[in-house]
Ligand binder design. Structure first.
Ligand code: ATR
Length: 280
């Protein structure tokens, strides 16, 4: 399935994003901008995989000579299982969002965590080291950023989730012994304050507010919603509580830049591409 950004001419290295749904993915635009900027001769397509046909889709793209693919919802765990080799980042996340086809087999990487960290530390100028960090959610999105956040050595990392045992399970896999890492429910957040609050739940998709007390936002807090393209109830609450608020657009572009670098060996500049995507 080709789209306006694809140029399937011979001599061009082909890439794609595979998901379901996929029609609204901004990845083709982002990677096409990266390619222009770095003078790389690539095409980038959207591919809709049937919910029960992810592996067949990937093997077909490999047969067609694609060089790599990005993987998005709901296939990141299946992608992990399908890969022959995994980078450290993929192993830490237990999920794959970037695949590279090589003559020796299929490599899986995960650039979501590095994308979030790059956005918070570089674009938003916020150091994570030594900070009190709250991660809301314990699903796939939270899992992808949990260990990379710990690598930054926050003073403490609290994972709060509606379903407590999922948060406890995630925290039990912590590889870091420097930070204090705990799991709790939203109710347990009373009387706790944080310098960085990250919403990795999918509640915003259905415009649902989270039962998080507004007192969690400490003075000068950064409130980050990994969702992009809409002002979620979480963002509204954080803004009303005086926090600095960011959505996940920067993470989207930064994770793409990491993927581009993994495939092409050159890391594109992201600021101008963030401006293009946010103006859409
Ligand atoms: P994703 O891949 O987007 O992370 P997921 O793995 O289904 O999707 O995880 C969704 C996360 O959002 C979970 O942490 C979920 O909480 P539960 O583990 O209790 O299900 C959370 N979530 C979704 N809707 C929510 C809501 N209305 N209130 C609170 N948490 C919600």
């Amino acid at each position: 399935m080709l789209d306006q950004y694809a140029e399937p001419l011979s001599g061009i290295d082909r890439y794609a994003v595979v998901g379901n749904p996929i029609a609204h993915s901004k990845s083709p635009l982002i990677h096409t901008e990266f390619a222009k900027q770095t003078h790389q001769n690539i095409s980038y397509e959207r591919v809709l995989a049937p919910l029960d046909g992810f592996e067949a889709t990937i093997r077909d793209l490999m047969q067609q000579g694609f060089k790599g693919v990005n993987v998005t919802v709901p296939f990141k765990f299946e992608a992990y299982a399908l890969c022959d080799y995994h980078t450290e980042q993929a192993k830490l996340a237990g999920a794959v969002n970037t695949i590279k086809f090589t003559e020796h087999g299929i490599w899986g990487n995960n650039t979501d965590g590095d994308g979030l960290i790059a956005d918070i530390t570089h674009n938003l100028n916020t150091l994570i080291e030594g900070k009190r960090v709250l991660l809301l959610g314990a699903g796939g999105a939270a899992e992808g950023v949990f260990q990379p956040l710990l690598v930054q050595k926050p003073a403490k990392l609290v994972v709060a989730n509606r379903t407590l045992d999922k948060a406890e399970n995630m925290v039990s896999k912590s590889l870091d012994k420097t930070s204090q890492v705990t799991a709790c429910t939203f109710e347990d957040l009373k009387n706790q304050q944080f310098d960085i609050v990250i919403n990795a739940t999918s509640a915003g998709l259905s415009d649902m507010a989270l039962p998080v007390p507004s007192s969690v936002f400490a003075k000068n807090c950064l409130a980050y919603d990994m969702m992009y393209g809409r002002e979620t109830p979480f963002m509204q609450q954080a803004r009303a509580s005086g926090a600095q608020v960011a959505d996940g657009l920067g993470m989207l572009v930064e994770q793409a830049a990491e993927a581009f670098n993994y495939w092409r060996g050159v890391r594109p500049e992201t600021k101008s591409v963030m401006n293009i995507v946010s103006a859409l």
